[in-house]
Ligand binder design. Structure first.
Ligand SMILES: Nc1nc2c([nH]c(=O)n2[C@@H]2O[C@H](COP(=O)(O)OP(=O)(O)OP(=O)(O)O)[C@@H](O)[C@H]2O)c(=O)[nH]1
Ligand SMILES: [Mg+2]
Length: 322
């Protein structure tokens, strides 16, 4: 058997500062005409993904891309072709999108689309767009439970975009099972009032039982699973290398934490990946967003994105200002 021919495609997610993004409708005469997609098209011989993105967005809608960072790579088999789609987050462009190919455009809010149908390959992409740029891991171990809960309340009370916490992983390996369950119950009750997702760490059964938003799994536990656990909205996997990212892909994770990127007090003596090591791992192209973890501040979000990440995951930095 010969290997299937793969069509390489670059597509751009135009993002406005308010978080809305652009979809275009596929023009008549193309496969899946009328379906909504991210603007883009096929790589020509010798082009990189970024070259093709810039050319296609100029041809299809007359804009000049000035800032774009690599995001997800999705491989999908249609009846007519197997496509490898490289998605870029596009945050800077000159000009207003013009429908050069008779397409329609629609600005959309993540999680609340008002156009359909969407190209079948794009489901995971739309899910990934709903993930915030910064997520936090709890720190009751070093702060003490009462102090950490007080800081959590302050972070929950802030509006999104102004330091408001929207995604929390409750990771407290020092707690006995009964104490972890009690804390999880308390945290879920507080977070629900504030529209913050809470993922439990490592315990799939407990996450189901307490109706948490999902579970964050260490790579070791993820590797022991045949498939994604059922009945949970969100699945994150913590990874340190390409093999562990491959585990996350195999079980259909929604995102991965990858690190540690910088030296941290919590992991003394372990070699940090550094941004070059991080980029070398993201560069292979993964179908889910990847967060940089380990010594990350709010200022590192842009750096993470330039290196192929979605954003940053914070431990101590999430609570130091709260
Ligand atoms: N542009 C784009 N293509 C996508 C997306 N999702 C997805 O599965 N595709 C697939 O990627 C393939 C290439 O896209 P395209 O039709 O835009 O290619 P193109 O602009 O070079 O068109 P052309 O071949 O008519 O010149 C198609 O099979 C399309 O179905 C998406 O979000 N954006
Ligand atoms: Mg196109």
């Amino acid at each position: 058997m010969t290997a299937p021919r793969i069509t390489h495609v670059a597509a751009g997610i135009l993002l406005r500062p308010d978080g809305t993004f652009l979809l275009g409708s596929r023009p008549a005469g193309k496969p899946y005409a009328g379906y909504w997609e991210f603007p883009g098209g096929k790589l020509e011989a010798g082009e990189t993904g970024l070259d093709a993105l810039k050319r296609e967005l100029h041809e299809e809608m007359g804009i000049t891309v000035t800032a774009a960072t690599p995001w997800l790579v999705q491989t999908f088999t249609y009846p007519h072709a197997t496509v490898r789609l490289q998605f870029f987050r596009v945050t800077g462009w000159d000009g207003e999108p013009q429908p050069h190919e008779g397409q329609s455009f629609a600005w959309q809010t993540p999680g609340a689309l008002n156009v359909s149908p969407i190209l079948p390959a794009n489901g995971p992409i739309l899910r990934g767009l709903a993930l915030p740029p910064v997520l936090a891991l709890s720190q009751a171990d070093t702060l003490g439970i009462d102090e950490w809960l007080a800081r959590l309340d302050r972070r929950l009370a802030q509006p999104a975009g102004q330091g408001g916490l929207r995604w929390l992983v409750l990771r407290e390996p020092q707690l006995a099972a009964a104490d972890y369950r009690a804390l999880a119950t308390e945290v879920l009750a507080r977070a629900r009032l504030r529209d913050c997702r809470v993922l439990l760490h490592g315990d799939i059964e407990l996450a189901r039982e307490l109706n948490a938003d999902g579970v964050q799994l260490p790579a070791r536990i993820a590797a022991s699973l045949d498939r994604r656990p059922r009945g949970l909205d969100w699945l994150g996997v913590s990874a340190h290398n390409a093999d562990e990212l491959a585990v996350a892909r195999r079980i259909g994770a929604d995102y991965a934490l990858l690190g540690h990127v910088a030296e941290t007090v919590s992991h003394p003596g372990q070699t940090a990946l550094g941004w070059n090591g991080f980029a070398a791992l993201t560069d292979a192209g993964w179908p889910f967003p990847i967060y940089a973890i380990g010594g990350m501040g709010d200022d590192d979000v842009t750096t993470a994105q330039v290196h192929g990440g979605h954003g940053v995951a914070q431990l101590s930095m999430a609570w130091s200002k709260a």
